[in-house]
Design a protein around this ligand. Structure first.
Ligand code: C5P
Length: 234
């Protein structure tokens, strides 16, 4: 059973205000992307990682991630990403299915979730291997959430107990993910959203607060604090 992780990392990350692609922003000297890929390979569940890099940074990304290949056969591949996140995932998926034999389970993991604990990767892979075609890690919602109209007026208050915040890695049967991307729907912000539209059930497993997405300077400060709290690891 071949588990391949796709890492869309081709975003410009402007909200972080660093003047470089977010994936390359360092936390304690180590780029987010390097931390994310290392976490996937260190989980022991992922053999190949395919990174979708900003097209202008493919060489740089190759250079910073090449040392992550492991003696046990863990390999890192880099492709040029696309203009939207879903394009980047599709390009990485196409590469994986063409170049990596035995690709049966595919994880999609945001480079920006650089501190995801291995237990989350385990839980996702286990659930897909157990026969669920689509699996996402989630957390309960702490805040009350409102739905608003275009002018910001509240139109509904969904029951908080039934809401979940979605993280990555999201795990899929490779053929299902391919079908979802071939259907090419607009507007999905995650891969599970595309799979849902096929009518395929998406199941949840527990996520972890450390798998937060680093989007803003505040998130980056939280990540630095996490590192200090863990004595420098991961
Ligand atoms: O913009 P957002 O934070 O939602 O992006 C989520 C992930 O998708 C990031 O890791 C980003 O690098 C990636 N992405 C991509 N290709 C794009 C846009 C975003 O790989 N064109």
């Amino acid at each position: 059973m071949g588990v391949v992780a796709l890492v869309p990392a081709a975003g410009r990350g402007e909200r972080l205000g660093y003047g470089m692609p977010k994936a390359l922003v360092p936390v304690d000297g180590v780029p987010l992307l390097v931390r994310a890929v290392r976490g996937l390979l260190d989980s022991g569940r992922v053999r190949h990682v395919v990174i979708a890099a900003p097209p202008s940074e493919v060489d740089v990304v190759n250079t910073v991630t090449a040392p992550l290949a492991t003696p046990a056969g863990g390999a890192v591949h880099v492709v040029a990403g696309g203009s939207e996140r879903s394009d980047s995932v599709r390009l990485a998926l196409t590469y994986a299915l063409r170049e990596i034999p035995d690709t049966s389970i595919v994880l999609v993991h945001d480079a920006a979730r650089a501190f995801t604990p291995p237990a989350v990767v385990d839980a996702v892979v286990d659930a897909v291997a157990a026969g669920h075609p689509a699996v996402i890690p989630v957390l309960p919602v702490a805040d009350t959430v409102k739905q608003v109209d275009a002018s910001g007026v509240v139109i509904a208050t969904p029951d908080r107990a039934a809401l979940r915040v979605v993280q990555t890695p999201q795990g899929f049967d490779a053929a299902v993910l391919l079908r979802a991307h071939e259907a090419a729907h607009e507007g999905a912000t995650d891969d599970a959203g595309l799979v849902e539209r096929l009518g395929v059930p998406v199941v949840t497993v527990p996520g972890h607060p450390d798998a937060m997405k680093i989007t803003t300077k505040f998130d980056l400060a939280v990540a630095e604090a996490l590192l200090v709290g863990s004595g420098g690891a991961p």
